[in-house]
Design a protein around this ligand. Structure first.
Ligand SMILES: [Zn+2]
Length: 394
């Protein structure tokens, strides 16, 4: 991709690094062919650390002094000021690469939607007004993320199948919403502007991801669509990776049973993959041994099921996946313990208020008050019926 190549850097002001932490390059818009600037903070001067449950880096560590007022996450999107097409830097040049549409069809349909659909034009115009890609703040970054989500949602081939990008944009939008309260010094002002913007868009875009929670829910929904239908999910590695992201997002949302299901499914797939890898390694070693002994009598070499390169790749993937699933498992245990404590506290308050009720009734009241079934059963285990004299009266 040209926008990331060092040769494309067309402007890097000769100012001391303390004054200019930015790199500005440019790329061609895939829709209208205009030149689009890409302004972003030099990756060599910061690193993002301390990841939240949903992978949002909580802190930016600056490797040189004097940059702390900047926020690298704001510069994630590229935006064409002519046709308003917006996407992240990896996707911008070839937005249809991860879906079944051709580049020409994507471009044609994008232009037609913008020029012929009044509602689309209204939303796109509103979201792209006042954007200065050379100087972004949280408000503008939120607008660009919403714009990218809205534009990609217009394509069924993407939104209903290869939805990885929309999932990622929704997740990053949720991070920005959180950033407003955690990082921004003008949080009240920024939050007020965003609320006003969302209100003005809601009529034409009823399902707009309007806050952190809805953005996270939407991210989970699009990642799940991708998991079920996208051809971009090619390998077991991709699949497990997505399952771990889904588990993390549900943990952040407080949907612990759901997070557990995704984690369990990822771990089961990993165990199969690990078994398959070690079996193939065993067979490969066996074939090597057989080949050695047959070399003397010129008989044909035994064929291997997979090449040594493939096997080495599988073994690397297996190590990475072990790390990945172990990390989410540990995180899950912490989050679940905290969640279970809160659920029990809530349940105990309800129980106190209904002390006179029989156990069956209490179970029903707790479930009705959104106490998880597992927690209710821990508090009031169902009696397993013993076979015996009394059963004949049942
Ligand atoms: Zn354009």
């Amino acid at each position: 991709m040209t926008a990331t190549g060092p040769d494309d850097i067309i402007e890097e002001k000769a100012l001391p690094p303390k004054v200019n932490p930015f790199l500005t390059s440019s790329t061609e818009c895939p829709i209208c062919k205009s030149e689009v600037p890409w302004h972003h903070i030099k990756p060599s001067i910061y690193s993002e650390r301390d990841k939240d449950v949903d992978l949002r880096p909580r802190t930016v560590k600056w490797l040189k002094e004097g940059y702390s007022e900047h926020h690298p996450r704001l510069y994630y999107m590229l935006h064409c000021s002519h046709c308003h097409f917006t996407a992240d830097s990896e996707t911008f040049e070839a937005p249809s690469n991860q879906c079944s549409l051709s580049a020409a069809k994507f471009s044609k349909r994008f232009t037609a939607l913008y020029t012929q659909n009044r509602q689309v034009k209204k939303i796109v115009t509103k979201l792209s007004s006042g954007i200065n890609v050379l100087s972004l703040d949280l408000y503008q970054a939120v607008k660009l993320h919403l714009l990218a989500i809205f534009q990609f949602q217009l394509f069924d081939e993407i939104a209903k199948k290869d939805a990885m990008n929309i999932g990622r944009y929704c997740l990053r939008l949720a991070w920005l919403y959180r950033d407003i309260y955690e990082l921004d010094t003008k949080k009240k002002e920024q939050a007020g502007r965003i609320i006003k913007l969302i209100r003005s868009l809601k009529k034409d875009w009823p399902l707009i991801p309007a806050n952190e929670k809805t953005a996270l829910k939407m991210a989970a929904q699009y990642y799940q669509t991708t998991l079920e239908g996208s051809y971009a999910v090619e390998t077991v590695y991709d699949e497990i990776n997505l399952l771990m992201i889904l588990s993390r997002i549900h943990m952040k949302l407080g949907d612990i049973p759901e997070a557990h299901t995704f984690l369990g499914s990822g771990k089961a797939k990993f165990r199969n993959f690990e078994r398959e890898t070690s079996e193939l390694m065993r067979l490969s070693a066996q074939a090597d041994k057989a080949a050695q002994s047959r070399r003397q009598d010129d008989s044909p070499m035994p064929k291997k099921k997979v090449s040594d390169e493939q096997l080495s790749e599988m073994s690397t993937d297996s190590r990475k996946l072990k790390f990945l699933t172990d990390e989410v498992q540990m995180l899950f245990e912490d989050v679940r313990d905290e969640w279970e404590t809160k659920q029990k506290e809530k349940a105990n308050k309800i129980i106190e208020a209904h002390q006179d009720k029989p156990v069956e009734e209490l179970r029903r009241i707790l479930l009705h008050n959104k106490i998880d079934k597992g927690v209710v059963l821990k508090l009031y285990p169902e009696q397993t019926k013993k076979k015996g004299l009394f059963n004949i009266f049942d």
